[in-house]
Design a protein around this ligand. Structure first.
Ligand code: F0G
Length: 367
């Protein structure tokens, strides 16, 4: 499959930023299977006991970069619930709110969908080691898949800014932790110092291919009914880019006939937020995410911790729960409902990106 730079359009290496500074991206897949056939195939694979198809990512292998089955490293990721939420609907004053809970993945976040593809690709290349910068979720996911693949994993994490639970998880999977002074952005800047390891942050184009499968999984679970809005928390902005790519491809393949609107919810700048996963000052996918938002009639908004925690409480009190950064999606739905962009009759999907057990400091629903 063709890989191009999203900025200058030149042929690109899927593992590296282009000389112009743009990010590499795989071209849209072309398959001879028609839309009805593809929908049927996905349903059949969902019901099958074939290990490869037990993964919500590899079930879509015709839409992914070609990687031989013997190199696929999977933990059965991507089979996550869509929960209809009465409390979420009340919280934001809309009739229909549901959550796509990507925290219900093997290592507790959406990163697993991208990591299975990135680590499988690295395995196919014969890589011995992988590296990433992370506030917790990316590195935990990398560590698990690298361990399954028999590779070494190096995690660059900002000292004092990563939840103890996530550090324990990385250690459990045998990763080498390198604590860096400063922020996520400072850790990212040090990535070049680890030689001989494949970079698996979301500038790695394989990550985006895996994460785009979340859009297909959402649509499949909804019997291909397109929601009016999909809201996502954003940090480095890889995930919203991946969702956008997934929805666009689903339309090009004829699986859906319109696109949802997208909303990107970020943490307010200059604030030491509890939503650590979205505290990224210099998002690597900013340019491409903005281009996608234009295509989707998208909206970007920044919220403070009080708004995010009110949403987190509503999600937790209903027995679902998520990490603080994830609750930004529901907080965003409330803000857009108040502004009138979301109307009462809209069908709203909030993406919950991480598991409730990530951040032990952030439980405060006792009120
Ligand atoms: N939600 C959660 C739970 C995350 O862990 C992240 C990113 C995001 C949202 C934002 O996603 O970067 O694709 O826009 N976490 C990174 C990490 C920074 O290191 O785990 P994005």
């Amino acid at each position: 499959m063709n890989v191009r730079c999203t900025r200058c359009g030149a042929a690109a290496d899927p593992l590296r930023i282009c000389a112009c500074g743009g990010l590499p991206e795989f071209a849209a897949p072309s398959t001879r299977i028609d839309a009805a056939g593809l929908k049927r195939l996905l349903r059949e694979r969902r019901a099958s006991y074939e290990p490869l198809f037990a993964s919500g990512v590899w079930r879509l292998r015709e839409l992914l970069p070609p990687i031989a089955a013997e190199h696929v490293i999977s933990l059965r990721e991507g089979n996550v619930p869509v929960y209809a939420s009465a409390a979420g609907a009340r919280f934001c004053g809309a009739d229909r709110v549901s959550y796509l809970h990507l925290g219900m993945n093997p290592t507790g976040s959406f990163k697993d969908l991208g990591m299975t593809v990135a680590i499988s690709a690295a395995h196919a290349l014969g890589a011995r080691a992988v590296v990433c910068a992370s506030t917790g979720n990316t590195a935990s996911s990398m560590a698990a898949y690298a361990a399954r693949a028999g590779m070494r994993a190096y995690a660059l994490v900002p000292r004092g800014k990563v939840s103890a639970v996530k550090l324990a998880q990385m250690r459990d999977y045998g990763a080498t932790l390198i604590e860096v002074e400063g922020s996520f952005d400072d850790a990212f800047a040090k990535l070049g110092e680890i030689e001989g390891a494949v970079l698996v942050n979301s500038i790695n184009a394989y990550r985006i291919e895996g994460q785009k499968c979340a859009a297909f999984a959402l649509l499949d679970e909804r019997s291909w009914r397109v929601p009016d809005w999909v809201l996502l928390p954003g940090g480095n902005l890889g995930n919203i880019s991946a969702f956008a790519k997934g929805f666009r491809e689903a339309r090009e393949l004829g699986l859906i006939d319109r696109l949802p609107r997208l909303a990107l919810v970020r943490a307010q700048r200059g604030v030491d937020t509890c939503a650590s996963a979205i505290a990224v000052a210099d998002p690597k996918s900013l340019e491409r995410a903005h281009r996608e938002l234009e295509r989707f009639g998208g909206i970007e908004l920044a919220l403070d911790d009080a708004e995010i925690f009110a949403a987190k409480a509503a999600i937790g009190r209903e027995g679902i729960g998520c990490e603080p950064a994830s609750a930004a999606s529901l907080a965003g739905a409330k803000a857009l409902r108040e502004r009138g962009d979301i109307t009462r009759d809209h069908d709203v999907v909030c993406v919950l990106t991480g598991h409730v057990l990530k951040d032990a400091r952030a439980y405060d629903n006792a009120a």
